[in-house]
Design a protein around this ligand. Structure first.
Ligand code: PLP
Length: 243
């Protein structure tokens, strides 16, 4: 990007951020919620470090990556931008057990704990390195075969074992909704919230974090109780039309 392109991209990022915050705030008021309960995670997987820096300057303070190698590359890249020292990155994508070393200790929250095996690997790595990881359990609420995550029954069954792992704090649940189907998205988000309520009552933990809502469906997710929306295209892509 030359300087003029940078300026116009920075202006786009700032203007779009205001529009997104307005939609979050409108959706929260429709549901009688306080908009400050909703965190905005900018999913930076499609952009490079200079764009992340411009997003930081536009006001974003938390970023999400979906691949461990890319996460490590971003963290390395932002070392050239001292103002971003300590910026929050979360791991939101599918994580293989043999990649936990790239993630544990490098992120604020792992959204995508999708099996007992992975939970054990994260806890083991953390225990060996003095790191307790904050995590969400990813649940395949809609039951689509293409989606990873625990089924609701699997998470009911696995919860006590995961809660007993030493180097891990379970903060809540994460889900992805089916694409291009607003009614199914709403059912997914409300199903996630109801499952959380059930697991919280059973475990005595708050499980207060619900990570759900992406560019196409985040206002619905906020209406249904989301506390973290994960937005990629609508944050970074000027050609994405915010509905
Ligand atoms: C890419 C991605 C997002 C963001 O999707 P958009 O539709 O671009 O907002 C959110 N969550 C996960 C897990 C992703 O991989």
């Amino acid at each position: 990007m030359d300087e003029t392109e940078q300026e116009s991209y920075a202006a786009f990022l700032a203007g779009r951020r205001e529009e997104i915050l307005q939609r979050i705030s409108d959706a929260a008021s429709r549901a009688g919620r306080d908009p400050s309960e909703v965190e905005l995670l900018a999913v930076s997987k499609t952009v490079d470090v200079p764009q992340v820096d411009l997003a930081w300057k536009a006001g974003y303070r938390a970023f999400g990556e979906n691949r461990p190698q890319e996460l490590v590359r971003r963290l390395k890249g932002i070392e050239a931008y001292p103002e971003m020292a300590g910026v929050r990155f979360d791991m939101i994508g599918h994580l293989q057990t043999n990649k936990v070393r790239e993630v544990v200790g490098n992120v604020t929250l792992v959204h995508s704990v999708s099996s007992v095996h992975l939970a054990e690997a994260i806890s083991k790595r953390g225990a060996n390195h003095g790191v307790t990881s904050d995590v969400l359990l990813e649940v395949n609420v809609s039951g689509e075969e293409s989606k990873s995550g625990f089924s609701p029954d699997e998470v009911r069954e696995a919860l006590d074992g995961i809660l007993a792992l030493p180097a891990m704090r379970v903060r809540g649940l994460m889900a992805m909704a089916p694409a291009h189907d607003i009614d199914a998205a709403r059912r997914t988000f409300s199903g996630l919230r109801e499952l959380r309520d059930e697991l919280a009552a059973r475990s005595g933990l708050a499980l207060s974090v619900l990570s759900c809502g992406m560019s196409d469906d985040f206002p619905i997710a906020v209406e249904e109780g989301s506390t973290i929306v994960r937005l990629g295209r609508t944050v970074f892509d000027p050609s994405y039309v915010l509905g």
